[in-house]
Design a protein around this ligand. Structure first.
Ligand code: ADP
Ligand code: TRP
Length: 355
């Protein structure tokens, strides 16, 4: 039996190089060998209360970016999460088997709750777990953490289990959610003595997972970090971002170790350039003849060679509203067929039957 693959990206903004190398380009590669299902997680985006106009625009732009990067609706089922009403019903049913304690202990909840309450990071000695808990249930603050944020892992588990997916390609930050999904599946199966849900695992692409760094010297590229190169960045904007990337004073002695900002530039170069170009600049770094300006110019052009065809296709695809509507209608039909079957089975198992 072919693996059922499922993954989604929240509709919280345009896709960046991190999303592309960490997720989208991999989705494209596995389309021919697996039963692939890719969706836009707009219900998950609601947990941070986005502007409604913006949310709608983001769903459309991510769909166009999916298609422009090579997701093929003839090979993969591509859909919008909110087009599958069965997900909302199963979310209610599954929540009855999920503990608030285990949800409160997830790393992403603590992190997002901290942000929603305006607390700093625990490393800063600010907002330890007890403080967060007191603030969440306390009445001394008018800031609140919405219940959707708490039950985010239930919703994600439902996305996966309702399709009976077996492989879920996600980044490292999502592995805890996948672990919870397995736990919920196991718990449901054993509580009712059934074998309804398979336990999904991460998709093993071989090799180390990609972490695309930002251009600001440290950490990963991410929307909330404000350090992104977007797939649809205009060439002028993109060149400017790359030229402004943080570096250092340059190597003083042959074969010096690299500082993090410079190593990050090399990581990006390795992702986008040819091996010749990479080894040319590595050599220049090693013998101290490197000029970071040249490296950045080359890097900008090589990134543009990847993003330009995507950007151009995005513009065409966005202009074709009826095509976009057709893709998600067709995707929703397929995704709903499986979802409604699973929901029917689940209702029956739980004793929700017509009189
Ligand atoms: P962001 O961190 O920008 O909000 P998301 O959390 O929506 O992005 O991530 C969507 C997908 O893209 C996930 O599978 C995630 O692992 C991947 N991804 C995001 N940023 C990076 C990065 N810098 N490097 C590698 N993969 C990434
Ligand atoms: N939580 C994921 C993220 O933030 C997005 C997501 C929602 C997802 N549902 C999913 C990913 C189901 C894989 C499978 O990136």
């Amino acid at each position: 039996m072919k693996d059922i693959v499922l993954s989604g990206i929240r509709s919280t903004g345009n896709l960046h190089l991190g999303n592309y190398y960490g997720a989208l380009s991999k989705f494209v590669k596995i389309q021919d060998t697996c039963d692939c299902n890719f969706f836009i997680a707009d219900l998950h985006a609601l947990t941070t209360n986005p502007d409604p106009q913006q949310l709608h625009a983001n769903v459309k732009s991510i769909l166009a970016e999916y298609l422009a990067a090579g997701l093929d609706p003839e090979k993969s089922t591509i859909f919008v999460q909110s087009d599958i009403p069965e997900i909302a019903e199963m979310y209610l049913l599954l929540n009855m088997h999920v503990g608030i304690g285990e949800l409160m202990r997830t790393a992403s909840f603590k992190d997002k709750a901290r942000k929603a309450l305006g607390l700093g990071s625990p490393e800063a000695g600010d907002g330890d777990d007890d403080a967060i808990e007191r603030q969440i249930i306390g009445t001394d603050s008018n800031r609140r953490v919405n219940a959707g944020l708490l039950t985010y892992p239930t919703l994600m588990a439902v996305d996966i289990l309702i399709q009976k997916a077996t492989k879920v390609p996600v980044g490292k930050d999502q592995l805890q959610h996948l672990e919870l999904t397995r736990r919920f599946a196991r718990r449901f199966n054993s509580f009712y003595g059934v074998d309804l849900f398979p336990e999904p695992t991460d998709f093993d692409f071989g090799g180390a997972p990609v972490k695309v760094p930002g251009l600001d010297g440290s950490g990963k590229m991410g929307k909330s970090e404000g350090n992104c190169i977007y797939l649809i960045d205009d060439p002028k904007v993109l060149r400017k971002k790359v030229m402004r990337a943080v570096t250092d004073e340059g190597p003083k002695e042959p074969n010096s170790p690299m500082s993090e900002p410079v190593a990050n530039l090399f990581t990006l170069l390795e992702l986008t350039s040819t091996p010749d170009v990479v080894s040319h600049f590595r050599q220049a770094y090693a013998d101290c003849s490197i000029r970071y300006g040249d490296l950045k110019k080359q890097l900008a052009e090589d990134i543009l060679a990847v993003t330009t065809p995507i950007r151009e296709r995005v513009q065409d695809i966005l202009a074709d509203e009826s095509y976009l509507a057709r893709v998600v209608r067709q995707g929703a039909e397929k995704a709903r067929a499986r979802a409604s079957q699973t929901l029917r089975e689940m209702r029956e198992i739980m004793g929700i039957r017509p009189l």
